[in-house]
Design a protein around this ligand. Structure first.
Ligand SMILES: [Zn+2]
Ligand SMILES: [Zn+2]
Length: 314
């Protein structure tokens, strides 16, 4: 039995100092790709599908609403916050299956803004309404307490969330496309690159530019290199391609993400040993991990929250 705890107390990479000067933080609520994979053999790394909580200068962003968002929602269910921004990478089931299990949507007075960039400017409203209505789901958007707004943009455009944080986006090579997000705040930067299939042996120059000099790149490393040829065209990448991308772009650390549901803890732990030798400080993302990045430059004052909204710091 591997009794090693997999929550915050175990950090495979050196954790940034935790200070009041935190510019950026990221917490992994779901790290698994394609389908939840809960079993004894995946308990170290976790079985929930993608959900990331990014905090920039105290403002919270939720990236993807996979099954991991349920635990996030349970954790913050009682907080006094009236607006949540969910940035979707795309609409494949593993990235949206948890939306109606996000408990704050059952709290009156809550507003949820859903941002989506891979539909050529269209919003995610129609597909999400289709997914969350009978007979695919027992209730629909009209049956929950929260109000929703849907924001469509074209991946590649920057999003405006005020002067304290820059949120950049980039279109990724994936069936129906996917949106990468980059957060810059206080001289720190982190990028989320999922779901992506690398274009060839050399990294896509546009993606390399997008992650240039990032402190952390979260990367879709679903396939082992020997598995990849049989899965070419499925829209996912390898750890090797992620390491090469970081090297070319001068990005410091990689967090492997969107783990293959068939890969158990032993496989991922072995990949992590290899990864640490390639790009020191890199790691395989574990459900429950948090990383914080101390500001290196002054952080601009966050924009005042719209009337009736409270800041999301906690
Ligand atoms: Zn996926
Ligand atoms: Zn996908």
């Amino acid at each position: 039995v591997n009794a090693r705890p997999h929550r915050d107390e175990v950090m495979p990479a050196p954790r940034e100092a935790v200070t009041d000067e935190t510019a950026l933080s990221i917490r992994f609520w779901g790290v698994r790709g394609s389908i939840p994979a809960p079993r004894a053999e995946t308990v170290d790394f976790g079985g929930n599908t993608p959900c990331l909580e990014v905090t920039a200068a105290g403002r919270r962003f939720i990236v993807d609403a996979g099954s991991g968002i349920a635990a996030l929602g349970a954790t913050i269910a009682g907080e006094d916050v009236s607006r949540y921004d969910i940035l979707l990478t795309h609409l494949h089931h593993d990235h949206v299956t948890g939306l109606f299990f996000f408990r704050p949507i059952f709290r009156p007075g809550v507003h949820v803004a859903i941002h989506c960039g891979n539909l050529d400017g269209e919003t995610a409203e129609a597909p999400l309404r289709r997914l969350y209505s009978p007979p695919l789901f027992p209730i629909s958007f009209e049956d929950v307490a929260a109000t929703f707004s849907f924001h469509g943009f074209r991946a590649g455009e920057a999003l405006d969330f005020g002067p304290a944080v820059k949120v950049g986006t980039c279109l990724l090579r994936h069936p129906s496309g996917a949106t990468a997000y980059r957060f810059d705040c206080g001289g720190r930067a982190l990028a989320i690159i999922t779901d992506i299939e690398h274009a060839g042996p050399a990294p896509d120059p546009e993606v390399a530019d997008f992650v240039r000099n990032c402190d952390l790149v979260v990367y879709d490393a679903m396939f082992l290199a020997p598995e990849y040829p049989a899965c070419q065209g499925w829209g996912h990448s390898t750890l090797e391609a992620g390491v090469e991308l970081c090297r070319v772009a001068g990005a410091k650390r990689l967090a492997a993400f969107h783990h293959n549901p068939t890969h158990d803890d032993a496989v991922l732990a072995e990949r992590e040993r290899w990864l640490e030798g390639q790009l020191p400080g890199s790691f395989i993302a574990r459900e429950g991990m948090t990383l914080r990045f101390e500001a290196r430059e002054p952080v601009a004052a966050p924009a005042a929250a719209p009337a009736g909204e409270r800041r999301t710091a906690r």
